[in-house]
Design a protein around this ligand. Sequence first.
Ligand SMILES: [Fe+2]
Ligand SMILES: [Fe+2]
Length: 364
Amino acid sequence: MINEKILVFGGSFDPPHKYHANILKKAAKTVKPNKIIIVPTYISPFKNEHCADYVHRKEMIKIIIKKNKIKAYIDDFEYKRGKKTYTYQLAKYLKRKYKKSEFYFLLGSDSYNSLEKWKRYEEIKRIFKFAVAVREGHEIKKTIVENAIILKGRFKNLSSTEIRNRLFCGDYSLIDKEIKKYILKKGLYFSNIIREIKKLQTQKRFKHSLCVTKLALELSRIYKSDTAKTALASLLHDATKDMELEKQLELIKKSDIKVKKISSVIKDFPEILHQWSAAAYSKTKFNITDKEILSAVKKHTTGEKNMSLLDKIIYVSDMAAEDRNFKEAGIIKELAKKDINEAYEKAKKIKENFVKMKKQKLYE
Ligand SMILES: [Fe+2]
Ligand SMILES: [Fe+2]
């Protein structure tokens, strides 16, 4: 005897957004469950992508469901396991916990179409029925499961990566107002860093920092550099550029950042000191000790012989961001999307020629 219907919804919710609320509301209306259980996935802290801590993801889900008047219970099963959990494991856990229930597992059409490839799919199918939200412009394979409920309508899905990348550039247009408030209050998705650099920079420079971050993340996606490191290096690269020289020197002194030929830099190239002081600032203010991030910040103006992928991405993005209005910027930007190494070489040449044209010395 089945005594209740349970709608199950899993996901990383990093952050939760409109699509989650929309499909959950629709599924609740269609399936008419007695209970809704949301199971946020565990995300390894070593994952190559930035994410908000579990407590914050959970709080944000609570905000979203409250706002949409959805009565749901959040189950910490996957988080408590502390490792990757397959859907069959979740299914077995729920079946043990709610013995006489019927389960509807809510998922998008992309996932639904690949169901047969899921680990122990046969077991999943024995426990879960499916409620499928079809993404806009997407079709579903009708042959997979006989007992699936296809939710009426088409749903616009937003990619969480895209949302996060926008958040890293200070763009909150894709998320709910109250989620934005929470993110800013808790300083999530580097909003704490954005807030601090804004205080240090002129308006123009602040805009530039966000533009550089935008392009760097675009390149990061093409070349698969670490998203969080790319965002941090680009946000912080000019953090101290509007700071007085003395203050910059103080920051450098406090950290153990080494500046090659520092007296010559102070005398002949004061405008490049900020690449070291920004690294020093990143270290002292935000405790950033990651060598790749610091390296990219430290080399973004002068470049160096051995440039890593991230070093090049930041160097090139700095020159070709959309706030740069000289014609070479556009050329570098297009080239960067095809070949980052060539783009870097070309960007470096352009900078050198510019210095020569102004009859300035070149720091080497
Ligand atoms: Fe700079
Ligand atoms: Fe810059």
